[in-house]
Design a binder for this molecule. Structure first.
Ligand SMILES: Nc1ncnc2c1ncn2[C@@H]1O[C@H](COP(=O)(O)OP(=O)(O)OP(=O)(O)O)[C@@H](O)[C@H]1O
Ligand SMILES: [Mg+2]
Length: 636
C-alpha cells in the first residue's frame, strides 16, 4: 500500500477514536449539567410546594393544596407532583387516581431516614424524580406529635425527554463540526505531507531504485533543510562515492584483464613461437605494452656476463644502465626510484625502472627489465606480472637449452651407433672375404690335392686310400661349415644377386632343415636394387626374425613378404609358432636379449619403424618399414 494512503488511513482511524471519544465525553458532561439544573429546579419547586402546603395545612384547607398541585402539573416539563405519607402512601397527587395508593420506594425510605432531598433518574419513564422530606416544624406541631421528625415527602417528576432531544441535537452539531474540522485538517495535512514529506521521499525512493538498478549517477533532487534534506545529501554523497569506486574498480578490472590476456597471449606465443629468439622478442613487446613501459629488455647470462637477448620499445633507455642494474639483482627484484622491489638509487634520464631475475631452480639465466622515461613508479601488480612472465621465460630458456642438449646427445649417439654398425659390417665383410679368399681356397686346394693323392696311391694300399678319403671328407665338411659362416657373416648373394635371393636363401637354409616350411613373396622390386644400407638393414632384420623362428617359435610355417611402394620398403615375417608377450619380454631385463633391440636400433637409425605383434599361442608378426632414400652417416 502506498505511504500516502497508509498515513491517511492512520489519521482517519485516530480521528475516529479521538473524535468519537471527545463527542461522547462532551455529551455526557452536558447531560449531567442539565440534570443538575433540573434537580435544582425541582428542589425550588418542592420548596414552594412545601410552603403552600404548610399554609394550607395551617389554614386547614387541603382542597386549596390539591388545587395548587393541579396547577403545578400544568407547568410544561413537570409530569407529576405527589405528597407521600411516611409509610409510602400517596396522600395527595396531581393525578386523582393515585391518591391513597401505596408507593413505597428505596428513594423514599432514604429521603425519610436521612431527612434530605434526593433525586433519581428513571430513563424508562423519561423523567427525573426528586423527593424532598417534609420536616415536622414548630407550626406543624399543633396537629402533629412533636416526636415525629418527618411528616412525609414531596415528590416531583420532571420530564427529561426535552433534555435527551437537546442532547441529541448537540451531539449531531458537535459531530458535524468535528467532522468538518477533521476534513479540513485532513486535506491541509495531506497537502502539506505530500509537499514536504512524501514528495521528497518519493524522489529519494526513485533515486535509490535507480541506484539499485546499477545507475550510479542517480541523485536525489531534495533540497530542504530538514532531516529529509540531510538524508538526501547523505544519499547523494554515497552514490557519488559508489560511482567513483565503481569506476575505479572497472578501471582496475580492465587493467587486470589486460594483464591476464597479456599472460594468456604470452603463454600461447611461447608455445607457438618458431624459436626462442622470436618468443623472447614477442614477450618483451607484450610486457612493455602490459605495464605501459617505454622499453623492455631481456638479458641472458653467458660466460662473458649479461647480454641483451631481446628488446622492445626504446632499448636505448635501458642500455646505459641496464647491465649495471641487472648485475645487482642477486635473485631479487629491483626498482627505481622506489617502488615495489628493493630500492635502487635514481638513474639519470630514467623516470622509473623495474628489473627481475630470470631464474630456474638453481640457475641464474639472466634478467628482464622494463623502464619508463616519465617519473611514474611501477606498481606491485606490474612486478607480479613481470616476475610471472620472467619465470615462464626462464623455464622456456631452460627447456630450449635442455632440448638442444638432448638433441646433440641423440645425434652423437646415432652417429656412434651408425659407425659401430658400419664398422661391424665392414669387419664381417672383411672376415667373410678372408674366409672365402684364403680359408675356403686353401680348403679347396687341399681337397684337390687329396683327390690327386688318392688317385696316385696304388689300389692295394687300401688303408692309405681310405685315410686319404676320410681326410678329404673332413676337408669337405669344413669347407661346408666355412661357407655357412661366410654366408652368415655377409652373404655374397646379398652383394651379388640382391636382397630377395639373399633373404630366401638364408630362410630356407636355416628353417627347412628344421622342418619349417618357408613361403616368400616379393612385389614392386623388379630389377631395382636398394641403397646398400637399406638392403643390409632389411637383410639383418630378416636374419634375426628367421633366427628367432628357428630358435623360439616351434613353427610349421614361416611367411615372408617384401614390398616396395612409394619410396618405402616393407618386410613382414609371420610365423604360426608359440608366440610370446613382447611387452613383458622386452620390459624384463632378465629376458631382454640383443636380437629385437638390435633390430629396433638399426631400423631407427634409417628413420624407419619396427612393429612386433605377438601373443602366447598365436604366432608372431614382425613388420618393418624403411624409407628407401636415406643418407646415413657412416654408411651402414
Ligand atoms: N618368433 C618368435 N616366437 C616365439 N618367441 C619369440 C620369437 N621371437 C622372439 N621371441 C621371444 O623373445 C625373446 C627375445 O628375442 P631376442 O631376439 O631379442 O633374444 P634372443 O633371440 O633370445 O637372443 P639373441 O640376443 O641371441 O637374439 C626370445 O628369448 C623369445 O622368448
Ligand atoms: Mg634373437
Amino acid at each position: 500500500m502506498r505511504l500516502h494512503l497508509k498515513i491517511t488511513l492512520w489519521i482517519v482511524a485516530i480521528f475516529l477514536i479521538v473524535g468519537g471519544f471527545s463527542i461522547y465525553a462532551l455529551v455526557l458532561f452536558q447531560r449531567s449539567a442539565t440534570l443538575q439544573q433540573f434537580e435544582a429546579m425541582a428542589k425550588t419547586l418542592t420548596g414552594t410546594i412545601l410552603q403552600s402546603l404548610t399554609t394550607t395545612m395551617i389554614n386547614n384547607n387541603p382542597r386549596e393544596m390539591k388545587q395548587i398541585i393541579g396547577h403545578i402539573e400544568e407547568t410544561p416539563g413537570i409530569h407529576r407532583v405527589r405528597i407521600y405519607s411516611p409509610n409510602g402512601r400517596v396522600w395527595a397527587s396531581s393525578r386523582a387516581e393515585e391518591v391513597g395508593v401505596l408507593r413505597p420506594s428505596a428513594l423514599l425510605a432514604r429521603v425519610l431516614s436521612r431527612r434530605e432531598a434526593a433525586a433519581e433518574e428513571r430513563p424508562e419513564a423519561g423523567e427525573l424524580h426528586v423527593l424532598t422530606p417534609i420536616e415536622n416544624r414548630a407550626e406543624c406541631r399543633a396537629c402533629h406529635a412533636a416526636d415525629v421528625p418527618v411528616l412525609g415527602a414531596i415528590g416531583v417528576s420532571l420530564g427529561t425527554g426535552q433534555v435527551a432531544a437537546h442532547l441529541r441535537s448537540t451531539a449531531h452539531l458537535l459531530a458535524g463540526l468535528v467532522g468538518f474540522t477533521f476534513l479540513l485538517a485532513l486535506g491541509t495535512l495531506s497537502v502539506l505531507l505530500g509537499r514536504f514529506v512524501l514528495d521528497p521521499l518519493s524522489a529519494m525512493v526513485a533515486a535509490v531504485r535507480e541506484l539499485s538498478r546499477g545507475n550510479y549517477r542517480a541523485r536525489a533532487a531534495v533540497s530542504t533543510g530538514d532531516e529529509l534534506g540531510v538524508l538526501a545529501a547523505a544519499f547523494n554523497d554515497m552514490s557519488a562515492r559508489i560511482e567513483r569506486s565503481t569506476a575505479a574498480l572497472a578501471e582496475e578490472i580492465s587493467d587486470l584483464t589486460r594483464r591476464l590476456s597479456t599472460l594468456t597471449v604470452f603463454s600461447k606465443t611461447l608455445t607457438a613461437a618458431a624459436d626462442l629468439s622470436s618468443a623472447l622478442h614477442e614477450a618483451a613487446a607484450a610486457m612493455r605494452e602490459a605495464v605501459h613501459a617505454d622499453a623492455c629488455v631481456v638479458y641472458g647470462r653467458s660466460e662473458e656476463g649479461l647480454r641483451p637477448m631481446a628488446a622492445a620499445g626504446e632499448p636505448a633507455l635501458v642500455a646505459p644502465w641496464g647491465t649495471a642494474l641487472t648485475g645487482g639483482l642477486a635473485g631479487r627484484p629491483l626498482s627505481t626510484p622506489g617502488g615495489p622491489g628493493e630500492d635502487q638509487r635514481p638513474i639519470p634520464g630514467v623516470g622509473a625502472a623495474l628489473a627481475v631475475p630470470l631464474r630456474t631452480r638453481d640457475q641464474d639465466l639472466g634478467a628482464m627489465v622494463v623502464a619508463r622515461a616519465r617519473e611514474q613508479p611501477f606498481e606491485r601488480t606490474d612486478l607480479m606480472l613481470l616476475q610471472t612472465v620472467a619465470n615462464q621465460l626462464a623455464i622456456a630458456i631452460e627447456n630450449v637449452r635442455l632440448f638442444e642438449e638432448v638433441r646433440e646427445k641423440e645425434h652423437l649417439r646415432r652417429e656412434l651407433l651408425s659407425r659401430l654398425i658400419s664398422a661391424h659390417e665392414d669387419e664381417r665383410f672383411r672376415i667373410s672375404r678372408e674366409l672365402h679368399d684364403e680359408v675356403s681356397q686353401s680348403l679347396t686346394g687341399l681337397m684337390m690335392r687329396l683327390n690327386a693323392a688318392e688317385e696316385v696311391v696304388p689300389q692295394d694300399l687300401e688303408q692309405a686310400r681310405a685315410t686319404l678319403a676320410a681326410v678329404r671328407g673332413v676337408a669337405e665338411q669344413t669347407l661346408e661349415e666355412v661357407r655357412k659362416i661366410i654366408f652368415a657373416l655377409r652373404p655374397t648373394l646379398l652383394d651379388d644377386l640382391g636382397l630377395i635371393p639373399a633373404v630366401r636363401h638364408y630362410a630356407k637354409n636355416l628353417l627347412e632343415p628344421a622342418g619349417v616350411q618357408v613361403r616368400l613373396s616379393a612385389t614392386g622390386f623388379g630389377q631395382r636394387r636398394l641403397p646398400r644400407p637399406v638392403e643390409t638393414t632389411v637383410f639383418r632384420v630378416a636374419q634375426e626374425a628367421v633366427t628367432n623362428i628357428a630358435r623360439h617359435a616351434q613353427a610349421r610355417l614361416a611367411t615372408m613378404t617384401l614390398e616396395l611402394t612409394d619410396g618405402t620398403v616393407r618386410l613382414t615375417v609371420t610365423d604360426d609358432g608359440v608366440g610370446f608377450d613382447p611387452e613383458s619380454t622386452l620390459a624384463d631385463p632378465a629376458r631382454r636379449r640383443l636380437g629385437i633391440v638390435g633390430m629396433e636400433e638399426r631400423v631407427a637409425l634409417l628413420g624407419g619403424r619396427l612393429r612386433i605383434s605377438s601373443r602366447p599361442g598365436e604366432g608372431t608378426v614382425v613388420q618393418v618399414e624403411l624409407p628407401v632414400d636415406v643418407a646415413v652417416p657412416g654408411g651402414v
